[in-house]
Design a protein around this ligand. Structure first.
Ligand code: ATP
Ligand code: MG
Length: 412
């Protein structure tokens, strides 16, 4: 893409009302627009990052045979009443509204109850099981505090997945496969080393649920960590978990984290409450076991913006960067060569942001750094004379002069 065709502009300063580093950087770089606290629009470059994160999640969800769908944002009150979760004292983040005929409806903050209701139409016998479904959905939550930028939205994108099983063992196996798939997701997003599977409260069936917690000072959670033993425990359940695991609190390090994912074993609780059963091989009706698995897509983008950035701006991992290369030409001769290289790289399916604006080189360099594009290619009279291209890595800052072939090999 040519920067001259991009409507967004970089900003020297972040808006004064934005306190979160992730949102400050993303707004300055032109990735997001703040509509109000906790509500952000994703602009072309931000959307690319979001879609790249979704692509990785999609690929990993397909390895565990989950079906993608999109559920509805408007939800029926009666469905949530079955489990008492329509009640504002039970769920305190509801946005509720009314249809013209005065029927009360909710804006989806979760899709657990609606999907169980929906599956009554599709699950009848043991032959219909197991089944796993997921979606990328904009969730609406009337969060009390929204000061963490895109890490806590009142409107945010979640990947939510639900699996339905005939037996507890089958659910358990799938749950464990999902843990492995989630680890691959966070590895591919560049935060695997700092993301821990964490014991958390509130398994309906098992004693604990599991959260995926990423170490960051910008996080709102606190976990206790044993790095060598790879054990992590949310502070909410610390006493219970210490007892269960037979370890001392003094062995653990306390760190600030952000919850980037959460998985939950409901056992048969929810399906029993909502009357979803299946007929077994024995011809009898049986309870169904379900699991619920979330990833905070926009939160994870915020966590990456926080963790991998530096004093010059964002630093995206190649796997999710909005482009791989930022191309800068200095001078007229360089511009002609840059046009040619832009076409060659585009033909080779390498995503390039070509800074073809009439701007000072210093401004272009600063923008490429603020936007966090993994590689910058600079063409100038000096590089043309040397018959080379200048390649700079955003992460290390290292610069090398490469021939045309070396450059293409490096970027392919
Ligand atoms: P939290 O404890 O942070 O409020 P939660 O436990 O309510 O989150 P879940 O309902 O399990 O979250 O949602 C699944 C995932 O969605 C979370 O692990 C998190 O990554 C993400 N998420 C939850 N709330 C928000 C929010 N307000 N903004 C952005 N992402 C969120
Ligand atoms: Mg939580």
């Amino acid at each position: 893409m040519r920067i001259s065709e991009l409507f967004t502009k970089t900003l020297r300063d972040a808006p004064s009302d934005e306190v979160a580093k992730n949102a400050q950087l993303l707004i300055r770089a032109g990735f997001v627009y703040k509509e109000m606290a906790g509500v952000y629009a994703y602009l072309p470059l931000g959307l690319k990052v979001l879609e790249n994160i979704k692509r990785i999640v999609r690929e990993e969800m397909s390895t565990i045979h989950s079906n993608e769908l999109i559920m509805t944002a408007l939800q029926r009150k009666e469905i949530w009443e079955k489990t008492t979760r329509w009640n504002d004292d039970v769920v305190d983040v509801w946005f509720k509204t009314r249809l013209k005929d005065d029927t009360e409806v909710g804006l989806g903050w979760s899709h657990e109850e609606p999907i169980v209701e929906m599956m009554k139409q599709y699950i009848h016998s043991y032959k219909d099981l197991p089944v796993s479904l997921y979606q990328f959905q904009t969730k609406m939550r009337n969060e009390l505090r929204a000061k963490s930028g895109i890490m806590r939205g009142r409107e945010f994108v979640m990947k939510d997945m639900y699996s339905f099983h005939a037996t507890a063992e089958d659910l358990e196996n799938y749950y464990n496969e999902t843990i492995e798939a989630y680890k691959r997701v966070y590895d591919r997003l560049g935060i695997g080393d700092d993301t821990y599977v964490t014991f958390a409260s509130g398994g309906a069936f098992t004693k604990f649920s599991h959260e995926f917690q990423t170490i960051t000072d910008a996080g709102e959670d606190v976990i206790f960590l044993h790095r060598a033993k790879n054990i992590a425990i949310n502070e909410e359940v610390i006493d219970d978990a210490l007892k269960e695991l037979g370890i001392e609190r003094s062995e653990l390090e306390q760190v600030k984290t952000a919850e980037v994912g959460n998985i939950f074993n409901f056992g048969t609780q929810k399906t029993d409450e909502m009357d979803l059963f299946y007929t077994g091989e024995d011809g009898e009706q049986h309870s169904l076991y379900i699991g619920s698995y979330g990833i905070g897509i926009t939160r994870v983008m915020g966590v990456i913006a926080e963790k991998l950035s530096d004093d010059k701006g964002l630093v995206w991992p190649e796997s999710i960067a909005p482009a791989k290369v930022y191309l800068v030409a200095i001078g007229d001769a360089a511009s002609a060569q840059a046009d040619e290289l832009y076409n060659q790289l585009s033909d080779a399916n390498i995503e390039v942001l070509y800074d073809d604006r009439d701007e000072r080189p210093g401004q272009k360099f600063a923008d490429s750094e603020l936007m966090g594009i993994p590689y910058r290619v600079t063409i100038s009279d000096r590089t043309i004379e040397a018959g080379k291209y200048e390649l700079t890595s955003r992460r290390s800052g290292e610069t090398n002069l490469l021939t045309h072939d070396e450059l293409l090999a490096k970027l392919s």
